[in-house]
Write a protein that binds this ligand. Sequence first.
Ligand SMILES: Nc1ncnc2c1ncn2[C@@H]1O[C@H](COP(=O)(O)OP(=O)(O)OP(=O)(O)O)[C@@H](O)[C@H]1O
Ligand SMILES: [Mg+2]
Length: 259
Amino acid sequence: MSKRIEATDLNVYYGDFLAVEGVNIEIEPRTVTAFIGPSGCGKSTFLRTLNRMHEVIPGARVTGEVLLDGDNLYAPGVDPVLVRRQVGMVFQRPNPFPTMSIRDNVLAGVKLNGGRMSKSDQDDLVERSLRGANLWNEVKDRLDRPGSSLSGGQQQRLCIARAVAVQPDVILMDEPCSALDPISTLAIEDLIEELKKEYTIVIVTHNMQQATRVSDKTAFFNIAGTGKPGHLIEYDDTSVIFSNPKVKATEDYVSGRFG
Ligand SMILES: Nc1ncnc2c1ncn2[C@@H]1O[C@H](COP(=O)(O)OP(=O)(O)OP(=O)(O)O)[C@@H](O)[C@H]1O
Ligand SMILES: [Mg+2]
């Protein structure tokens, strides 16, 4: 299940624009890693390279390698659709299919993958995934209601259930709580703590308290200026990044003295 991610000498381009340069990072299974850094430094760009979502943008490409338990995701012949099945993603804005039922939202990824399942297997998977996303008790009596009938925080947990349902090895989350209130945010953070037992988790966040609460490791990205590529500046235990970083730019950023 939970797998190790290793990026080596990764450069990410949008056409001719080098957006992120020379990232080397190793992310261990069953850990939560936070990506932090100022707007535009390439956190989302780099995150998307970890499941080849980057490639859906015309002109976007990478050089270097991303290994999942040693297998290069970018090797010739690797199917990006299978990569995205192994490495799931949760976005900033909860994006359930609005008219689809709660139940069908959970099954959406599995059905896309062409899986044929009996009704009772589907029911089991729906319950397991919704329990895994800590949403079951709130929705078990209204599984046939549309996804849009849920609150924002519930919708985000539904999206997590949808990601979990395909049984990935890794879950990537790009600012999953930025559209949520503090209570829903804490619910997602508790959930991340639970999911960590089974998955490798990477989360982009602008919320420093959140990074300290949920992550084991933190990666600080930065840019030297507009039009320059983003770099991974420092990567260490979260406690080190926030209390005793080695690089001055990291210290300035985490202490709010940035810019
Ligand atoms: N689809 C795209 N096409 C071209 N350039 C892009 C695209 N998406 C992002 N960029 C550029 O790549 C750089 C990194 O952007 P990215 O969205 O990865 O930053 P970020 O660190 O996630 O910022 P934020 O904290 O605001 O979300 C920026 O210069 C941005 O303008
Ligand atoms: Mg971003």
